[in-house]
Design a protein around this ligand. Structure first.
Ligand code: ATP
Ligand code: MG
Length: 263
C-alpha cells in the first residue's frame, strides 16, 4: 500500500507571509500537501488561517514566500489563474449568490472551463456526490438550509475540476447534525482521491478528517501532528477547542441541542 509520503507533492508553501498594511496576518508559514492527502489547519479567531488560504490562492498578494502547485511556481498569480491551474478555495461563510439558482451557482464554478464539453460531465459528477443539490437545481441558493449551502459551496468549487481543494471552515455556523453530513461529503471526496486542505476551528472535526494537523497562532505554525511529531491529541483539543463554543460560530449556529460526533 502506498502511503502519503510516497506520493508527489501537490502543493508546497515556503515561508509565506501575508500583510494588510501594518497587520502581519501570516508570518513565514511553510507546508507541504501530497497528492490525495488531507491536511488540517486549526487555530483560534484571528490566527491567520483565512489569510493563509488567501495568500496561497492569490486572493491577496503575499508579502513574501513561495507557492507551487505540482512543482510549478504559482506565487503572486491572480486567483483566476490559480483556479485555472487547479487550485480552488471554498471560502469562509460559503459566499454563494443567494438569489441565483443552485444550478447557476454551480455553473459559475465552471467558468474557467469555458465552453468545454466537460461542463455537463462535471455537473453530473458533483450532483452524484451531492444528490440533494440535484433535487434542488432550480431552487434559489438563499433558500437552502445552512448545510445544503455548504454542500453547494463545495460543489461549486469542484465544478472547475480542481487538483487541490482548500475549504475554509466548513462547519461554521452549522447545526451539529448537519456538520456530520458535510464531514461525510468531505470524506467521500477524500476517498475519491481529492487532495484537501481544510481550515477548521473545530479541532475534533479536523482530526477526524485530516491525516495531520498544523496549529496556527498569531500568523505562525506553532505545532503540528504527524509521523514525525508526537502530540497529545486530547491536550490539543483542550487547548484549541472551537466549534460550538466559539463566539463566531455562536452568532450563526443553528440548533445546538442536536448531537454531533464532533462536539
Ligand atoms: N482585509 C483585512 N484587512 C486588515 N486586517 C485583516 C484583514 N483580514 C484579516 N485581517 C487581520 O489579519 C489577522 C488574521 O485574520 P484571519 O481572518 O486570517 O484569521 P482567521 O484565523 O481566519 O480567523 P477566523 O477564525 O476568525 O476566521 C487578524 O488580526 C485580522 O484582524
Ligand atoms: Mg477565517
Amino acid at each position: 500500500m502506498t502511503t502519503a509520503a510516497d506520493r508527489p507533492v501537490a502543493l508546497k508553501v515556503e515561508d509565506l507571509s501575508v500583510a494588510y498594511g501594518a497587520v502581519r496576518a501570516v508570518r513565514g508559514v511553510s507546508l507541504e500537501l501530497r497528492q490525495a492527502e488531507c491536511l488540517g489547519v486549526v487555530g483560534a479567531n484571528g490566527a491567520g488561517k483565512t489569510s493563509l488560504l488567501a495568500g496561497i490562492c492569490g486572493l491577496v498578494r503575499p508579502a513574501g514566500g513561495r507557492v507551487s502547485l505540482d512543482n510549478v511556481a504559482i506565487g503572486g498569480l491572480k486567483v483566476e489563474e490559480t483556479v485555472r491551474r487547479g487550485l480552488v478555495l471554498v471560502p469562509e461563510r460559503r459566499q454563494l449568490f443567494a438569489s441565483m439558482s443552485v444550478r447557476d451557482n454551480l455553473l459559475l464554478g465552471s467558468y474557467v472551463l469555458g465552453r468545454e464539453r466537460k461542463v455537463p460531465e462535471q455537473l453530473e459528477r458533483v450532483e452524484e456526490l451531492f444528490p440533494t443539490l440535484a433535487q434542488r437545481r432550480e431552487q434559489r441558493a438563499g433558500t437552502l438550509s445552512g448545510g445544503e449551502q455548504q454542500m453547494l459551496a463545495i460543489a461549486r468549487g469542484l465544478m472547475s475540476s480542481p487538483r487541490v481543494l482548500m475549504v475554509d471552515e466548513p462547519s461554521l455556523g452549522l447545526a451539529p447534525v448537519v456538520v456530520d453530513a458535510v464531514v461525510d461529503a468531505l470524506r467521500e471526496l477524500r476517498r475519491q482521491g481529492m487532495t484537501l486542505l481544510i481550515v477548521e476551528q473545530n479541532v475534533r472535526l479536523a482530526m477526524a478528517l485530516a491525516d495531520r494537523l498544523l496549529v496556527m497562532e498569531q500568523g505562525a505554525v506553532v505545532r503540528q501532528t504527524g509521523a514525525d511529531a508526537v502530540v497529545d491529541e486530547e491536550a490539543l483539543v483542550a487547548a484549541y477547542l472551537g466549534g460550538p463554543t466559539d463566539r463566531k460560530a455562536d452568532r450563526q449556529a443553528g440548533d445546538q441541542e442536536e448531537v454531533s460526533r464532533f462536539v
